[in-house]
Ligand binder design. Structure first.
Ligand SMILES: [Zn+2]
Length: 1089
């Protein structure tokens, strides 16, 4: 056994093997034992963890423990054997996950304790014992036993009073104490014996005396003891009672300037945050300020009832890294997979009678169209027109924003003047093809409002609701308004008794003074549509950005770089409220439940407009506000979306805002996403745009808790999270709007549809807008049918028209996902455009589109639900015609199409994903689901068409924001009632998808590579995604469906193909991709004009 170190290496595994069977632990031969210990020590100190694991697997821990028992019995103690033995035990024990258990089995706890006790006076030996004590305590049961037997008392003798002598021993003792305190019973014992206060005093002593920061480990060790002890409620209460908050807060303040004290600051902040007294949200009730009486006896979420008691359990353990739990989620997702093949394959029975389906025939008029009369009607249509919308579509985000491709290498300041601004403004007239400008100019001045009144959906309007809208704030603040709009004539804004003339005058004047020239937007149309909207609060005001319109800025902003320690700083700032209450103003300055005039000298808030949802604003300090968002109607949860107006600000001062009732576990706000801001002054100076804004953004769990388990839905949702950001407003006394993401209201959509209808070419575009149904709130949910007009009235052409496969698209079932609407906007504009690709596409498909499945939710500022308080995308299995009419009828229409053999080729529901980057699809695959779940797949039994992969593969190539790698085709149990799964399973639609768009940025592709951190997506990129989705559909058609020679020829011509195509689909596909890529970089017009 005497070997040199080299030999050790060579024969190590051999030695270890022998070690496992060699009964050295019982050997009485001291020399043999010493030799083995020295060999082992060398072996294990040289090798990696794998050697230790090997020793452990061969029974090493047990052998060493037994050897210890033997050695401890010898009198006087033989330190020559004991010390290496203890060292080895500490080392092996650290790696052995069952070490504590083995200690118990070997009944070694008492041995170790008595060894420790015996060596109290000998620091080298004591240190060794403490190391072993620490690894023993890694098992909670063993730790508890050690605690019962007086281990903590022993350790306190070592660490108190404060002394810098024997720091190695003190450090080992603190380490062992921290390990012991992981046991709740030990923590309780420690608190009861007054150790918590002693730990605090000791921590203060070390903090005060360690001026040159030589003992960071000891200080952090003490903090770890406090961290574990405060995992129990008694610990937290005692900590508060012992002025723990003040002590730690003050010490942290003194550490902040020193960067290598990070471990101390982080642990102390963690304790401060955990011990901060829990509070309920400062609102009367967490239920929404808005409630809606449901039809019939249906009950939404039961009203809050329950005790005010703290439902929080003892030992609330919080993760130090609150926003790094993605692994946990993906594991949970795997458990959620549907693994029952029969369930995956079964087709359930119809959820309604066949006769009932027949009524959907009316929504498919294209199948029974008489084009004789239609042609006449469409000619009449043309006489109505809009002055300010281009009829030509813009194919790519980059091209419209940067017609001459300057932007990539040109830096543009955020709020300052844009040097290229003038060049970028393309006069709308030039976008329009001459042949299409054939409408009657005389009709242009027709009163828009009057026209809107003609519309069918306005006829049944409740006269009481026929109010006149005002623009928020602009009228409230007459002085500001005068200055901006009436520099000469102050008299003209004297308020009239009704206020009616005044506001329409103002809108008129605004429009006269500031040319609205935003493509596909008309303030007049918006106002007319907004007038017909039925909202629960009865909105009387319009948010300026929705009314005036938004134009994407000529630059994209990169993802925000996150400052080191930002979250910690913000948490400390929150803790300061408790420590220095004198600083806190705590004044409610806006309250939806209790409207009172705004307080002077602070910001003024407002959000009673479409999609607005601010409930309460509390001024915390001069430039800091806590904000609470309203819950979804008839619900007490779902807070994440926000949209509100703020005015009376100072310029160049950073204001801090905290939205304190967010609910999601994590947010892209922790990964560089910014919110969006719209400045009215900027808009009136020619920059009407939502821009990414906000600095020092982070998202973390706060000290607010749900009032009851019922309110929080139990389990994971007991906590609230804070989104904090600071904003420097661009102008003094401006009116600004802040939102989670680019807003897109119901009225925006309705007026957009008006414009599209007006501007389509009726000779080519078949467009039909119907009402799918009325919503619970009494708003029409539009259904669009878009395809190409038949080439001629010949039988062949009419037949081709009728037989085009269907594509069924829906969006915005979740109101907070406004990005889905921008993508849909891109799809719609492309579909009705005169783009040759769009023309071809219309000849290939009949599009059925429900652009907003949840109008009520969008209108009333909800995040996720409809007025019934239900998530509509969990109702597809058995939608109620009363409670979920839009889902009930969308499903009915799909069933109808399916019943006449015309189930859509593609179904896609547009969504936004709050946690992920990129745009991607969720699809459905039996095989992939089974594989992922680890089930055996019998390929003979389970057959599957892999065609569901084609469209995402195409999109990956043609759409810069789309990433195939982010797609998933798994069928989760929890998603069984979503549109995607139900349409796939019940209608047998192979290509049934959810399209998720990020709110933030891309991790791959064009929008990633152009900047080291990636660019935050703007509306233009989202709209582009919508148009590229259409292109993807065309390629899908060419690849997978039989098409006529004529169509192929057209496609070939369009996509620059030569006549002789051998592998037509492949070649065409590649060509499409090439062209698609070219579009990214070139001025779109070159191709078409
Ligand atoms: Zn969604």
């Amino acid at each position: 056994m005497h070997c040199s170190p080299v030999q050790h290496k060579v024969s190590c595994s051999e030695l270890i093997c022998k070690f496992g069977v060699f009964p050295f632990q019982s050997s009485c031969d001291k020399d043999v034992i010493l030799n083995i210990l020295s060999v082992l020590t060398d072996l294990l100190s040289l090798g990696t963890g794998r050697r230790i694991h090997y020793v452990v697997s061969k029974g090493g821990s047990e052998a060493l423990l037994q050897a210890l028992a033997t050695a401890a019995q010898t009198e006087p103690p033989d330190h020559g054997t004991l010390l290496p033995l203890l060292r080895l035990l500490a080392r092996v024990g650290q790696r052995d996950r069952k070490f504590g258990l083995k200690v118990q089995k070997a009944e070694a706890t008492d041995i170790i304790l008595s060894l420790t006790r015996r060596h109290l006076g000998h620091h080298l030996h004591l240190t060794h014992c403490l190391w072993v004590l620490r690894v023993c305590a890694s098992n909670v049961t063993t730790g508890t036993m050690l605690g019962i037997n007086g281990a903590m008392e022993l350790l306190f003798k070592v660490i108190t009073p404060y002394s810098k002598r024997h720091v190695r021993t003190v450090r080992a003792a603190i380490g062992a104490l921290a390990a012991l305190l992981k046991s709740k019973s030990n923590s309780r014992r420690a608190v009861n014996r007054g150790y918590l206060g002693e730990l605090l005093r000791l921590y203060q002593d070390w903090h005060r005396n360690d001026v040159s920061n030589n003992y960071i480990y000891i200080r952090r060790g003490l903090l770890l003891c406090l961290k574990y002890i405060t995992n129990i409620q008694l610990g937290r209460e005692t900590f508060l009672g012992s002025r723990g908050m003040e002590i730690l807060f003050t010490s942290v303040q003194e550490c902040l300037s020193c960067k290598n004290l990070d471990p101390i600051i982080t642990t102390a902040t963690h304790i401060l945050r955990k011990c901060y007294p829990k509070e309920h949200l400062p609102v009367v009730t967490v239920r929404s300020s808005y409630s809606f009486p449901l039809p019939g006896n249906a009950n939404a979420e039961p009203p809050y009832e329950g005790s005010e008691g703290d439902s929080e359990s003892e030992g609330e353990e919080e993760d130090e890294k609150d926003w790094a739990n993605e692994d946990v989620e993906s594991k949970e997702e795997d458990c959620d997979l549907e693994t029952d093949v029969n369930k995956l394959r079964s087709r359930p029975v119809l959820d309604r009678s066949e006769q009932e389906l027949e009524k959907y025939e009316a929504l498919c008029a294209e199948l029974f169209q008489n084009f004789q009369s239609e042609e006449k009607k469409s000619l009449e249509d043309r006489t109505e027109s809009l002055p300010s919308a281009p009829s030509h579509f813009i194919p790519s985000a980059t091209s419209v924003k940067h017609p001459n491709c300057r932007w990539r290498n040109q830096s543009v300041t955020e709020m300052g003047p844009d040097p290229g601004e003038q060049d970028l403004k393309v006069p709308l007239q030039s976008w329009r093809k001459k042949e299409e400008c054939i409408w009657d100019k005389n009709d242009e001045n027709r009163d828009i409002a009057e026209k809107a009144q003609d519309k069918d959906f306005c006829e049944e309007e409740d006269p009481a609701r026929n109010h006149v809208f005002a623009l928020c704030s602009l009228l409230k603040d007459a002085a500001w308004y005068k200055k901006v709009f009436y520099p000469h004539c102050e008299a003209s804004i004297n308020p009239s008794p009704e206020g009616r003339l005044e506001s329409s005058d103002m809108v008129g004047n605004l429009l006269e003074k500031h040319q609205g020239d935003i493509p596909f937007h008309s303030p007049c149309f918006y106002a007319a549509r907004a007038k017909c909207v039925k909202s629960i609060p009865g909105y009387r005001e319009l948010a300026f950005p929705d009314f005036w319109g938004h134009q994407p800025p000529p630059y994209s902003k990169p993802v925000l770089d996150r400052k080191h320690g930002l979250q910690r700083d913000k948490v400390l700032d929150d803790v300061r409220r408790l420590i220095q209450p004198g600083d806190v103003i705590g004044r409610t300055v806006f309250d939806l439940d209790d409207p009172s005039p705004a307080a002077p000298g602070c910001l003024t808030f407002f959000s009673k407009f479409e999609s607005g949802n601010l409930r309460k604003a509390i001024q915390v300090r001069e430039f800091e506000y806590d904000l609470i968002m309203n819950a979804d109607v008839n619900s007490s949860q779902h807070h994440q979306w926000f949209y509100f107006e703020v005015c009376d600000m100072k310029s160049a001062v950073p204001y801090r805002f905290n939205i304190i009732n967010c609910e999601k576990l994590n947010s892209q706000f922790n990964y560089g996403m910014q919110l969006v801001l719209y400045s009215v002054r900027e808009a009136l100076q020619g920059r009407p745009r939502w821009t990414r804004a906000g600095q020092e953004i982070c998202y973390y769990k706060n000290h607010y808790r749900c009032r009851s388990a019922a309110a929080g839905g139990g389990g994971r949702r007991r906590f609230y999270y804070t989104l904090t950001f600071s904003i420097k407003f661009p102008h003094k006394d401006d009116v600004c709007y802040l939102a989670y993401h680019y807003p897109y209201t119901y009225s925006t959509m309705m007026s957009h549809l008006d414009i599209l209808e007006q501007n389509r070419n009726p000779k080519k575009v078949y467009w039909r807008q119907q009402t799918l149904c009325q919503t619970l709130g009494g708003n029409p949910c539009p259904l669009l049918t878009i395809t190409a007009m038949p080439e001629s009235k010949t039988r062949d052409d009419l037949e081709q028209f009728c037989n085009r496969p269907y594509v069924f698209l829906t969006a915005r079932v979740h109101p907070g996902e406004s990005n889905a609407s921008w993508v849909m906007k891109g799809t719609l504009e492309f579909l009705v455009s005169s783009d040759p690709i769009a023309e071809l596409l219309r000849k290939c498909f009949i599009f059925k589109i429900v652009p907003m499945l949840n109008p009520d939710g969008v209108i009333n500022g909800n995040l996720r639900c409809s007025l019934s308080g239900d998530d509509l995308n969990r109702q597809w299995l058995t939608p109620s015609s009363q409670l979920h009419p839009t889902i009930y009828h969308a499903k009915g229409l799909l069933y109808y199409l399916s019943s006449i053999g015309r189930a859509p080729l593609v179904f896609c529901d547009y969504h936004g994903h709050s946690q992920k980057k990129n745009v991607f699809l969720y699809g459905c695959s039996i095989k992939e689901t089974l594989w992922q779940a680890g089930c055996m797949v019998d390929t003979a039994v389970v057959t599957e068409d892999v065609g569901y992969r084609t469209l995402p593969k195409i999109l990956d190539k043609v759409a810069p924001a789309f990433v195939m790698n982010s797609c998933s085709f798994l069928v989760e149990k929890s998603r069984a009632s979503t549109a995607r799964v139900v349409v796939w399973k019940e209608m047998g639609v192979l290509r049934s998808y959810t399209m998720e768009s990020t709110y933030c940025s891309c991790s791959h592709g064009l929008y990633r590579v152009t900047h080291p951190y990636g660019l935050q997506l703007g509306t233009q990129e989202l709209e582009e995604m919508g148009s590229k989705f259409c292109l993807g559909l065309l390629i899908l058609h060419l690849k997978s469906l039989p098409c006529s020679k004529e169509l192929m020829a057209q496609a070939a011509l369009l996509l620059d193909l030569e006549e002789e195509i051998t592998d037509r689909a492949q070649r065409l596909y590649e060509c499409c991709i090439q062209r698609a890529l070219l579009w990214e970089w070139s001025w779109w017009g070159m191709f078409w004009v």
